[in-house]
Design a protein around this ligand. Structure first.
Ligand SMILES: Cc1cc2nc3c(=O)[nH]c(=O)nc-3n(C[C@H](O)[C@H](O)[C@H](O)COP(=O)(O)O)c2cc1C
Length: 199
């Protein structure tokens, strides 16, 4: 049984070799990313996920800021490798910054006190779903991407540089661009250890 969604899901891989050789326009990519987030589920349809999509020089600026933030806390020895890795994220077309709006979480906690402990967890889960949706949609459009976590180290510089509302909590960064390399084989654990089909 063929399934276009599963085909796209299987196509999604971590791509560290990013370039700028994409035929899709900035507008098309922005729409694709927004649609992927918009149509991802959230608890009580709370739509807690937020995104800032950085293109071109703005994306390069993000990774320059990240390099300086990491430099402050990382040992000087071997930093050239770290810097090269961060620069590879800047070599693509753009970066999606994923946030979760804590005002949404707080208002749900007030409104539905019974589930108060669950809302921060569900917000994280919704954020993860939004990230996977974007990653898969990009892969399906032959755009490479990876998922990075330089938060909370870069939270303050990001907030001040792009005037991010105080309630938006940075959760992930997704650099994207053309696939400049293939993908290695990926191992999978034994299905029998992982799944049980009952009945
Ligand atoms: C919740 C989560 C966090 C991740 N964090 C990082 C990260 O900080 N840096 C990174 O390079 N990859 C990160 N990854 C990517 C995984 O390492 C990668 O998806 C996994 O090794 C499988 O490879 P694939 O993406 O090619 O299928 C993360 C993936 C998930 C689901």
């Amino acid at each position: 049984m063929s399934n276009a969604y599963l085909d796209a899901l299987k196509k999604r891989r971590t791509q560290y070799s990013l370039g700028r050789n994409l035929s899709a326009s900035k507008e098309q990519l922005a729409t694709l990313i927004q649609d992927a987030i918009k149509h991802s589920p959230s608890s009580f349809n709370s739509q807690s996920s937020r995104a800032v999509i950085l293109f071109g020089a703005e994306s390069v600026k993000l990774w320059d800021l990240a390099i300086e933030a990491v430099r402050k806390v990382a040992p000087a020895e071997g930093f050239d490798k770290t810097e090269a890795k961060l620069k590879s994220f800047a070599a693509g077309v753009g970066t999606v910054l994923f946030f979760e709006d804590q005002d949404v979480v707080r208002s749900l906690q007030e409104k539905f006190a019974l589930y108060a402990d669950n809302f921060p967890v569900w917000s994280e889960q919704a954020g993860g779903m939004a990230q996977l949706s974007v990653w898969t949609a990009l892969a399906n459009a032959d755009v490479g991407a990876s998922l990075q976590h330089y938060n909370p180290l870069i939270d303050d510089v990001v907030a001040s540089e792009w005037k991010i509302p105080a309630s938006w909590k940075l959760r992930a960064q997704m650099p994207f661009g053309s696939n400049e390399n293939g993908f290695g084989d990926k191992g999978f654990m034994d299905d029998a250890e992982r799944f049980r089909v009952v009945g």
